[in-house]
Design a protein around this ligand. Structure first.
Ligand SMILES: O=C(O)CCC(=O)C(=O)O
Ligand SMILES: [Mn+2]
Length: 199
């Protein structure tokens, strides 16, 4: 199925909810969950060190160094499964990626707070390609500058095997988040492919 444009002002967001077949998504979820060296990273929250509410991993070309949320991360090498997915995502997004950030939401209490993918290493108008595997979670988007109301917040359910693209001025004008949910929720694995410029 092709990518569908989600019409939003000052943004370019596209969704293919059936990018991977359920069988392919399931096989990839099992493979990545069991073989990726998952990390549980601390972050500073209001001056206090706490663990992130999810597990993470960072893979990419050796030149794709990145200071993410104040953590300097050297990428782990591409695995065959990640390399293959990168090629599929590059073909769909019609662009190149040199790295991928993986997030494993173990249950409904794992989450991602409001943010934009606006680190300097990503450049002005980054293309972010996000593949979701496992449980469907709600992905929220809201305008970054609430003083000029351009649009109400948006919710997208991202099912297993879906591909979401954010590009153009999306990161300049919008924030996104994956909130906690009280519903019993199986694990969800999300991969965001990025192009980062090394320092
Ligand atoms: O899990 C998601 O869908 C979003 C992940 C995300 O925003 C990020 O890795 O920057
Ligand atoms: Mn993000």
């Amino acid at each position: 199925m092709p990518l569908q444009l989600i019409p939003l002002p000052q943004a370019e967001v596209l969704l293919d909810s059936k990018f991977l077949s359920p069988e392919a998504a399931d096989a990839l979820l099992t493979e990545l969950t069991t073989t990726i060296p998952w990390r549980h990273e601390p972050i500073k929250l209001f001056g206090k060190e706490v663990l992130q509410p999810r597990l993470t991993a960072w893979h990419g070309d050796p030149t794709a160094r990145y200071a993410y949320s104040g953590l300097a991360l050297d990428p782990q090498p591409w695995t065959p499964a990640l390399q293959q997915l990168r090629q599929q995502v590059e073909a769909a997004a019609q662009t190149r990626f040199n790295s991928v950030l993986l997030n494993l939401y173990r249950h409904g209490q794992d989450s991602m707070g409001w943010h934009a993918d606006d680190e300097p290493e990503l450049g002005m108008a980054p293309v972010i390609a996000s593949v979701s595997l496992g449980a469907t979670r709600r992905f929220r988007l809201r305008p970054r500058h609430p003083e000029v109301v351009v649009h109400a917040p948006v919710s997208l359910d991202l099912p297993t095997g879906s591909l979401l693209l954010m590009r153009g001025t999306t990161q300049q004008h919008w924030l996104h988040a994956v909130p906690k949910t009280a519903r019993p929720t199986e694990p969800r694995l999300n991969l965001t492919f990025r192009w980062v410029t090394g320092q």
